[in-house]
Design a binder for this molecule. Structure first.
Ligand SMILES: NC(=O)c1ccc[n+]([C@@H]2O[C@H](COP(=O)([O-])OP(=O)(O)OC[C@H]3O[C@@H](n4cnc5c(N)ncnc54)[C@H](O)[C@@H]3O)[C@@H](O)[C@H]2O)c1
Length: 329
């Protein structure tokens, strides 16, 4: 079977398909020859515009349902060949509303897995997160690192991974969980109350305000470009592994002060940075992943350099905000 084998001619469901990663997975599945791609989304964070390109192909559609609705999920997955499960709440929302997190992320994911098994899909690819690792005991974070995260969101992702493995064994259903690190790129959420650091800083630059760094700015993250993440999902479809948990990361540690400098350089801004005392951190201060298992199991390697990815994000965000302004006037 070639690299695009399973998706070619397939009927595909992408939960969270109107979201950032999900909409790119929709595009990637279409590019890989899927016959039909159904984006399932409750539109709590994703937006239909993210699917403009996909819908224009005539092979994709958006089905507005909530994954907590067991019957609707079951009906949508009937006859489906491949499932990409991306729907989730943001980690901050899970901290605010743990029960909602349990209902959406844990029970909703169970609904999706159960429906996939009933539909006899040929492969499930699920989004997990590097948040499951918690405070690093060693770096880079490999997949055998202890799972010692203490967020509600992270606990739900661990539960999802374990249920994925259990269903894989029980129903002989290939399931691959991908632990994404910090995903960035076009279609990032630029509208919500909580936005990721890159968007927050681009907003600050637009407002002429300095970028806030905490402590000495040495906190770090592993940024992985959204198209690379979508490609990892496609590769996971045709991987020989039938029960695998794999990091999706760049393997590069980026310090926050270096990210701030890059944003200032690429936007040509002179707002500068402002250092503030480090508040008690809710997420680990250093993080970068070990990409070797992804290379071995999926044949995946992140290809987009941070500088190029951020350049594309800036360009997309400018256009997206200009379009939104034009629509309002
Ligand atoms: N963005 C990152 O840095 C990152 C890192 C690690 C893991 N992840 C995981 O990757 C996946 C995709 O994340 P993203 O960044 O694209 O987020 P996103 O918020 O853009 O996409 C998630 C989508 O799920 C939808 N959704 C939420 N609740 C739903 C429900 N009850 N029923 C149906 N749809 C629902 C939202 O409307 C949204 O469109 C998620 O599972 C997330 O936890 C993301």
């Amino acid at each position: 079977m070639d690299a695009l084998g399973l998706l070619s001619g397939a009927r595909v469901v992408v939960t969270g398909g109107a979201g950032n990663v999900g909409s790119h997975v929709v595009d990637a599945a279409l590019a890989a020859g899927a016959r039909e791609v159904i984006a399932v989304d409750a539109l709590v964070r994703g937006v239909p515009e993210n699917l403009d390109h996909a819908l224009a192909t005539g092979r994709a559609r958006l089905v507005e349902i909530d994954i907590r609705d067991r019957e609707a999920v079951m009906a949508t997955l009937r006859g489906c060949d491949v499932l990409f499960h991306q729907a989730a709440l943001r980690w901050t929302r899970c901290q605010e509303a743990p029960r909602e997190c349990q209902e959406v992320m844990v029970e909703g994911t169970f609904n999706v897995l159960e429906a996939a098994a009933e539909a006899n899909v040929r492969r499930v690819v699920m989004a997990s997160s590097a948040v499951v690792y918690g405070e690093p005991v060693h770096l880079p974070l490999d997949e055998d690192h202890p799972l010692s995260g203490t967020t509600v969101y992270g606990a739900a992702k661990v539960a999802n991974e374990q249920m994925g493995r259990a269903i894989a064994k029980l129903r002989d259903l290939p399931v691959v969980s991908l632990r994404y690190f910090n995903v960035y790129g076009p279609r990032m959420d630029v509208r919500s109350r909580f936005v990721e650091v890159m968007v927050r800083w681009l907003n600050a630059i637009d407002e002429g305000k300095p970028l806030t760094l905490f402590g000495d700015g040495s906190a770090s993250a592993d940024f992985v470009y959204v198209d690379d993440v979508a490609r990892a999902n496609v590769l996971a479809c045709d991987a020989a592994a039938t029960d695998a948990i794999v990091n999706v990361c760049s393997g590069v540690e980026t310090r926050m002060r270096d990210l701030a400098a890059l944003l200032l350089e690429l936007t040509g801004s002179d707002v500068g940075v402002r250092y503030e005392p480090q508040p008690p951190p809710s997420l680990p201060q250093r993080r970068y992943g070990d990409p070797r298992r992804a290379a071995d199991v999926l044949g995946f390697r992140a290809e987009t350099e941070l500088r190029e990815g951020v350049r594309r994000l800036i360009q997309w965000r400018r256009q997206a905000l200009a379009t939104a302004d034009a629509l309002q006037t």
